[in-house]
Design a protein around this ligand. Structure first.
Ligand code: SAH
Ligand code: SF4
Length: 425
């Protein structure tokens, strides 16, 4: 979501006559922040401090946007002197004006009033990749999961109209895009605010029909709002990728309730079992939080049980990070951090094991891989429809293959990637 916001901000500034530069040479440095966990904020402070020192003797404007900017507003400038302008994620369109005001000597500038991100969807964007694109279908979130800051910093859920989304999809494909990822904090509730009922399935079916589109992805699915018809829609499509990112957060009913997630372990297992039955080749990935306030060892064991049962293709695991202003931040949290860390390591090692097991099933299979980059060792790499990274052993035809789909025979499996060889007819 943040990367997509950065693309819009860059697009807007380029359209206004600004140019992209390196941080060593730029006259304006803009940081786009994330506040979902403390570690992201600490990273931002580190990077800002580094550049502020490095460019201390030069005339550089410094702007900070995104969710930390929204959350802290003016306080950010007090905490981190040297910032010239601050803007929230729903205030991107005001950035050119903030810069101009700063240049005319009116500093600092603060803009955190934007209530909804919907009007920002029409901003021009500058995509790093020509062949793949994000497409926002909604902004904000209404779920108020007890640990999460997102609804406070990004505002209420607002859906874009189906017409607008489909028009944008046509435009993207016309511009050479072959893979679109539909983006929303909870794609499954898409349309509720606009049409009185969720209409995500219709969006998928309308966008998959855009001629020339090869891959359609979507994220994030909320298990509570996931409707079973989606499984059929994905199963019957040759364009919609069989990959479901379904954040579990916890396997314990007690913790799920405290988190305000709105589903039980049983609901989650039924849903994932149905996906495995209907689309055995589909990948299921997840997010899990360890150490939610009041989580006990027996709760954590329930999470491990779900991980064993579902056999996730990949899991993003996080240590709980208290976020001021959320319900969870007010809850009693008696478990020592050391114990949480031990649980965390145990979970990581289990998810690594299930990911490897799942990946091993692919050895010997020939899968279409969309080439999108080079691995660290200079090999080319790409992704399967199930969103797994494949490093390709043949390295003699780099020229022009990015953005193209090749049939690749999988030769080896690791927890976080596969290896393969291109199959030529
Ligand atoms: N809208 C998406 C994801 C939003 S944030 C969803 O509902 O799944 C991405 C992930 O960050 C979440 O799934 C959650 O696992 C994690 N996360 C959010 N708040 C957190 C917190 N306070 N501490 C630790 N992890 C958190
Ligand atoms: Fe946060 Fe929950 Fe909304 Fe996801 S669904 S953004 S975790 S409040």
């Amino acid at each position: 979501m943040n990367k997509h916001d950065s693309e819009r901000l860059t697009g807007l500034l380029l359209a206004r006559g600004f140019a992209l530069s390196s941080p060593e040479n730029a006259e304006i440095l803009i940081f786009n922040t994330c506040s979902v966990r403390r570690s992201a904020e600490e990273k931002f402070v580190g990077v800002l401090t580094y550049w502020r020192k490095k460019r201390a003797n030069e005339k550089v404007l410094i702007g900070v946007g995104g969710c930390t900017a929204q959350k802290e507003g003016e306080k950010l400038i007090e905490m981190l002197p040297g910032i010239d302008f601050v803007f929230g994620p729903n205030d991107l369109s005001r950035v050119p004006e903030l810069i101009n005001n700063c240049l005319q000597g009116q500093r600092p500038q603060i803009s955190i009033e934007g209530k909804s991100g919907v009007e920002l969807f029409s901003l021009p964007r500058h995509r790093e990749e020509k062949f793949k694109a994000w497409l926002s279908i909604s902004s904000g979130c209404d779920n108020f999961c007890a640990y999460c800051i997102v609804p406070y910093v990004r505002g209420r859920e607002k859906s874009r109209s189906i017409e607008e989304i489909v028009t944008e999809a046509y435009q993207l494909v016309k511009d050479g895009v072959v893979e679109i990822t539909l983006l929303g904090q909870n794609v499954n509730s898409y349309g509720k605010d606009l049409y009185g009922q969720p209409r995500f399935g219709e969006i998928l079916q309308a966008v998959e029909r855009v001629p020339g589109l090869k891959r359609l992805r979507f994220t994030t699915s909320h298990p509570r709002d996931f409707s079973f018809d989606l499984i059929d829609i994905v199963k019957n499509s040759s364009v919609i990728c069989p990959h479901f990112h379904l954040p579990l957060q916890s396997g314990s009913d007690r913790v799920l309730k405290l988190m305000n997630r709105g589903y039980t372990q049983k609901d989650y297992l039924e849903l994932t079992q149905k996906i495995r039955e209907e689309i055995p080749e589909a990948s299921i990935t997840t997010d899990i939080i360890v150490g939610f306030p009041g989580e006990k060892e027996e709760d954590f064991k329930e999470t491990l049980k779900v991980v064993e049962t579902v056999q996730f293709d990949q899991a993003f695991t996080f240590l709980y990070s208290p976020r001021e202003g959320t319900k969870a931040a007010e809850m009693e949290d008696p478990i020592p951090q050391e114990e949480k860390k031990e649980w965390f390591l145990e979970l990581v090692s289990l998810t690594k094991k299930t990911a490897l097991e799942r990946n091993k099933l692919l050895i010997g299979k020939v899968l279409p891989v969309l080439i999108d980059g080079e691995s660290k060792k200079g090999q080319i790499s790409g992704r399967t429809a199930t969103n797994k990274v494949v490093n390709i052993v043949d390295d003699n035809f780099l020229e022009g293959c990015r953005g193209k789909i090749f049939e690749v025979k999988i030769t080896a499996a690791f927890p976080y990637h596969l290896k393969g060889k291109i199959v030529f007819d």
